[in-house]
Design a protein around this ligand. Structure first.
Ligand code: NAD
Ligand code: ZN
Length: 366
């Protein structure tokens, strides 16, 4: 691959560039030297990534003398306690406002480091170097930060836009297959709601994607980011259009909760995509053939889309009713008209669906 790709995110308060390439460390250095000269650099990562990439970091960013803070990997560490621990480490070393944080990892690190940066000394700069597919196309973009509590996921957090995002496809080579598929689920979701061409590209190139063929990956990552960019730029307050990103997530989130968070987000969302496509068919918006195409694409990536008979639909519906995106205890759904196009009506992008239809969609084989 030659030149890196640059996508600019525009935002009311602060825009930022996203660079996509396969040797980004030189770019990161240049960016810091040009924009954050003489600042101290703190890298926040997790133990898995540290053990894989510590040498790479020390080779490429050594002359910035970064302070490498590593936390144990996993969602269970995305907590207020971990945030406090990281803050104390920075304070202990007398890191001041003149600090730039590099979030080096998946979505857990991005959310946590973003939250730290947003409140440390009332807010310092951060750049994201996402290392999972999910973080590359989703969590590193849009500025949402946060931690989990015993009351629920992502309930405490801020919006803090990064100064830049650097995506290096090489990191995907060490990513376990399960994590790769987890990210594919979100890419497929955005293709289904917003871009038929991307959907067809993924259909035709599933083998190349699974083999991590560079140009193919580059295209789907770039396109997913452009689509998310379009959505977040047109709807910074999450008032309407941003709900598009929630397709598959009303059922998906409830199922994730029902499974007590033992099943990865992407594998709950793939089930959600199947159920919510079925709802789109049952409400006579989506053609049955299109639903079948969606399910067979999920199958190509071994993304689960069947709901076992021993699952209690009423329980899942009850969980949906208390979801934070619910209005008046009535679950709302993004509805497909066709692949690449969702239903909208009077600036509404999600719709209340009768309980018997939701139940039928869960119970009907896809
Ligand atoms: P993660 O950060 O836990 O990473 C998954 C696993 O992969 C971890 O064990 C990690 O150590 C390992 N890993 C990361 N990069 C690797 C690499 N290159 N090679 C080998 N192993 C690697 O999980 P995730 O799926 O990236 O992110 C999930 C989190 O993202 C959730 O907490 C979710 O709430 C959050 N999220 C945030 C937003 C947002 O807008 N802020 C959007 C979506 C998801
Ligand atoms: Zn999601």
């Amino acid at each position: 691959m030659g030149e890196e790709i640059r996508i600019e995110i525009e935002s009311k308060n602060k825009g930022y560039p996203i660079f996509i390439g396969n040797s980004t460390s030189a770019l990161i250095q240049k960016f810091i030297e040009e924009n954050h000269k003489n600042k101290k650099v703190g890298i926040i990562t997790d133990d898995n990534i540290k053990s894989l990439y510590e040498n790479t970091i020390s080779k490429s960013l050594n002359h910035l003398s970064p302070y490498l803070i590593s936390i144990p990997a996993g969602e269970k560490n995305k907590t207020r306690e971990t945030k406090e621990r990281i803050e104390d480490m920075l304070l202990e070393k007398k890191y001041s406002r003149d600090t730039i944080i590099i979030a080096f990892g998946g979505g857990v690190i991005g959310d946590l480091a973003g939250f730290v940066a947003s409140t440390y000394n009332r807010g310092i700069s951060i750049i994201h170097v996402p290392t999972t597919l999910l973080a590359m196309v989703d969590s590193s973009i849009g500025g949402k930060t946060g931690v989990d509590t015993k009351y629920g996921k992502n309930l405490i957090g801020t919006i803090h836009q990064p100064d830049a995002v650097f995506i290096d496809l090489n990191f995907l080579n060490s990513l376990p297959k399960e994590e790769f598929l987890n990210g594919m689920s979100e890419i497929i979701k955005i293709a289904i709601t917003s871009d038929k061409e991307l959907f067809e590209f993924i259909e035709k190139n599933s083998k190349e994607i699974l083999e991590k063929e560079e140009n193919t990956l580059l295209y789907i990552i770039k396109r997913s980011i452009e689509l998310k960019k379009e959505i977040i730029e047109r709807d910074e307050e999450e008032s309407g259009l941003r709900q598009t990103l929630n397709f598959g997530h009303t059922f998906g989130h409830a199922f994730e909760n029902y499974s007590e968070y033992k099943i990865k987000h992407g594998f709950c969302i793939s089930r959600g995509i199947a159920v919510e496509s079925k709802i789109s068919v049952l409400t006579e918006n989506l053609k049955r053939e299109e639903e079948k195409r969606i399910v067979s694409l999920l199958d190509k990536f071994s993304l689960p889309n069947k709901i076992n008979e021993d699952i209690n639909p009423n329980k899942i519906i009850d969980i949906m009713k208390v979801d934070k995106k619910t209005r008046n205890q009535k679950p709302r759904f993004v509805i497909l008209k066709e692949i690449g196009r969702i239903k909208t009506k009077n600036k509404d992008f999600s719709f209340e669906i009768k309980e018997d239809i939701i139940k039928k969609a869960i119970e009907t084989p896809k």
